[in-house]
Design a protein around this ligand. Structure first.
Ligand SMILES: Cc1cc2nc3c(=O)[nH]c(=O)nc-3n(C[C@H](O)[C@H](O)[C@H](O)COP(=O)(O)OP(=O)(O)OC[C@H]3O[C@@H](n4cnc5c(N)ncnc54)[C@H](O)[C@@H]3O)c2cc1C
Length: 259
């Protein structure tokens, strides 16, 4: 017995005909009406093992150790009928258990969590995985894939936050922050130039280099969309944004900040 008549229910019923002697689809609509798409309906009506119970809803499942029968109610007459069966499969939709996230994380109109391909939700540091997420295919393999991505992203989030707090926000000295990327060749010399500049000032300024390929959040935080980029910060606030990335220009900017 399969409860439901949408695509998932009819597909499941057809699949079960490969194993069961007979499968009955319990349909709430009048005879001949299914919610499934036409192609799936045609396959269903052509399958001799698939039977239909029209205008019916499930009233009860009976059985001691396992399912033995179902009681179905005719929605027009109210009459109850007991039908022996070995199994019941529900395909009448799902409701995600996400009410506790209302107002905290963006949900779609059906209550599913909206997350991007990195599993990031609308709330900073909150990642979603699995069936509770707005997605096309809800299966074990997609849930596991979501879980792997969400776990990696959550770990990355924590390490980026730690780097940001310890090396940038809590730094007592001004911070010379250099953005570079191993995949942008033109950004590679800036690291050496900034190191040269920093050496001229001994320990008066802290030098932090950010690989934007790995640490996208810090780049985003400071509005860095291309590399190389160099900024000088004091307690996390930008006090100088450089246009020239030579050691000389960086030294001059650092000197101006320390003056
Ligand atoms: C009848 C049926 C048949 C299916 N057949 C297949 C199949 O053949 N192949 C396939 O790949 N997929 C199948 N699926 C889909 C598959 O089961 C899901 O896609 C998969 O289990 C999703 O994994 P999940 O971890 O996201 O969610 P779930 O497996 O649903 O796990 C969510 C967990 O979170 C718990 N939970 C809920 N709310 C809270 C809360 N507030 N606090 C703490 N815990 C909470 C729940 O108790 C549950 O343990 C089937 C699903 C159904 C219903």
């Amino acid at each position: 017995m399969v409860i439901g008549n949408g695509d998932a229910a009819v597909e499941e019923a057809l699949y079960l005909t490969g194993f069961a002697a007979e499968v009955t689809l319990l349909v709430v609509h009048d005879e001949g009406i299914l919610d499934a798409t036409r192609v799936i309906q045609e396959r269903a009506f052509a399958n001799p093992k698939l039977k239909f119970k029209w205008n019916a809803v499930l009233a009860e499942i009976k059985g001691k150790e396992a399912v033995e029968a179902v009681v179905v109610r005719d929605i027009k007459t109210g009459a109850l009928q007991e039908i022996p069966t070995d199994g019941v499969f529900f395909f009448v939709g799902t409701v995600p258990n996400t009410a506790f996230l209302q107002g905290k994380v963006e949900l779609d109109e059906h209550g599913y969590i909206v997350a991007d391909e990195m599993m990031a939700t609308s709330a900073d540091g909150v990642f979603a995985a699995g069936d509770c997420r707005q997605k096309f295919l809800r299966q074990v393999i997609t849930a596991a894939a979501d879980g792997a991505i969400a776990a990696v992203m959550a770990e990355k989030y924590i390490s980026e936050e730690n780097l940001f707090r310890q090396d940038i926000l809590q730094a007592e000295k001004p911070v010379l922050l250099v953005f570079w990327s191993p995949v942008v060749e033109a950004s590679l010399p800036v690291v050496a130039e900034a190191e040269k500049a920093q050496q001229r000032f001994g320990g008066q300024i802290k030098f932090v280099k950010i690989d934007t390929y790995r640490n996208r959040r810090i780049s985003k935080r400071y509005g860095i969309s291309q590399v190389p980029a160099v900024i000088i910060l004091q307690q996390g606030e930008i006090i100088s944004r450089l246009e020239d990335f030579s050691a000389e220009a960086i030294s001059q900017a650092v000197a101006a900040v320390l003056a």
